[in-house]
Design a protein around this ligand. Sequence first.
Ligand code: NAD
Ligand code: DAU
Length: 349
Amino acid sequence: MILVTGGAGFIGSNFVLEWLAQSDEPVVNLDALTYAGNLDNLRSIADDRRHIFVHGNIGDATLVADLLSRHKPRAIINLAAESHVDRSIHGPEDFIQTNILGSFRLLEAVRAYWSGLPDKSDFRFLHVSTDEVFGTLGPDDPAFSEDTSYQPNSPYSASKAASDHLVRAYFHTYGLPVLTTNCSNNYGPLHFPEKLIPLVIHNALNGRPLPIYGDGQQIRDWLYVKDHCSAIRRVLQAGKPGETYNIGGWNERANLDVVNMLCSVLDELQPRVDGKRYSDQIAFVTDRPGHDRRYAIDARKIEAELGWRPAETFESGIRKTVRWYLDNADWVENVASGSYRDWIEKQYA
Ligand code: NAD
Ligand code: DAU
C-alpha cells in the first residue's frame, strides 16, 4: 500500500493511473479537491478496489494519522500543492497554507507513524518538488543541478522551497527516510487549462487569443507527464534516502516556439474552418511580475545513478497531448464549465 497526496490533480492522477496500470499494489489517494483536483481524472478507476479515494486535506493531522494507522502504507508520495505561479502572485495565502503548513503537518503525522514501524528503514517519504526553487538562469548558465543553491522568486516557488527544506530537515534531524525530486515543466493529458500548453490548445479551439507574456522568449524545460511519473516510480524504488534528484528531459524551448508548435500541430490535426492559421490568434500581453527567464534541468544524476530516461521526445509528447485534448473535449468542457464537480461528486456519493 502507498499513500499518494494530490492524486486528483494533473500529475497525481496521471501517477495513480500509471501506478495501477503497472502494479497490483493498492493506493490511498488523499486529495482536498480544490479547483485543480478533479475526480473525473480518475473515472477509469472508479470501480477499481485497489484505489481508495479520500477527500481531505494534508494539513488535517487527525485525518492523516487515522489513514496511516488504518492503511499502513510503506511509502508516501507527496504531490498535493497549490501549483500555479500566477495564482500565487494574485493570492499567496493558499500557497503558504498548503505548501508550507500542510506539508509540515503531513510530515509530523508521518513522523509519528514512522517512529512506530518495526522496519523504519524500509519506509519512504517521497516529496515531489519543482525546478522553480532554483530561481532563474541566464542564457549561458549551466542547467540546474542538485547542488544549485535555492533562489525562489515567486510566492509559489518560495512555498515549495520551504517545504523542500522541511523535508530535508526531517531527514537530518529525525532520520525520516525522505527522497525529494525537482522536476521541470510537465505537460500531457489531464492538465488543467490554466497552464500554458492546455490553455493554448483550449483557447485555439475556441477562437480565443493565445496570450504570450512579455516577448515570449522565456525558456522552460518540458517533460511529458508520464515520463515524470516513471521517474518518481524509479526514485521510490532505488533512490537513496536523504538525496534529491533533478528530473528533466533536456527539452529547453522558448514559450513562443512552444505556442507556434502547438498551432502547427492543430493546423494539421484540426484545421480552422475559415482556412486561417491558429498562430493568427497569438496575442502578446503584459508580462508576469518577476517572470523567471529560463529554467533548465541537468538530469545526469538520475540518469547515471538510477538509469532513468524519458520515453517521449518533445515532438512526440506534444502530438500525443494535442490528440488527447481533441479526443477528450468533454473533459475540457466539464473542467472549463465548472459544473463537472457537482456531477462527478454525485458519482462518488
Ligand atoms: P495540480 O494543481 O494539478 O494538482 C494539485 C492537487 O493537489 C489537486 O488535486 C488539489 O486538489 C490537491 N491539493 C491542493 N491542496 C491540497 C491540500 N491541502 N490537501 C490535499 N490535497 C490538496 O498540480 P500538479 O501540476 O499536478 O503538481 C503536482 C505536484 O508536482 C505539486 O507539488 C507541484 O509543485 C509539483 N510539480 C509540478 C510541475 C508541473 O509542471 N505541473 C512540475 C514540477 C513539480
Ligand atoms: O517548472 C516547473 C513548474 O512549471 C511547476 O513547478 C509549476 O507547478 C507549473 O505550473 C509550471 O510553472 P510555469 O509558471 O513555468 O508554468 P505555466 O504553464 O504557468 O507557464 C509556462 C510559461 O508560459 C511561463 O514562462 C509563463 C508563460 N505563459 C503562461 C501562461 C499561463 C504565457 O506566456 N502565457 C500564459 O497565458
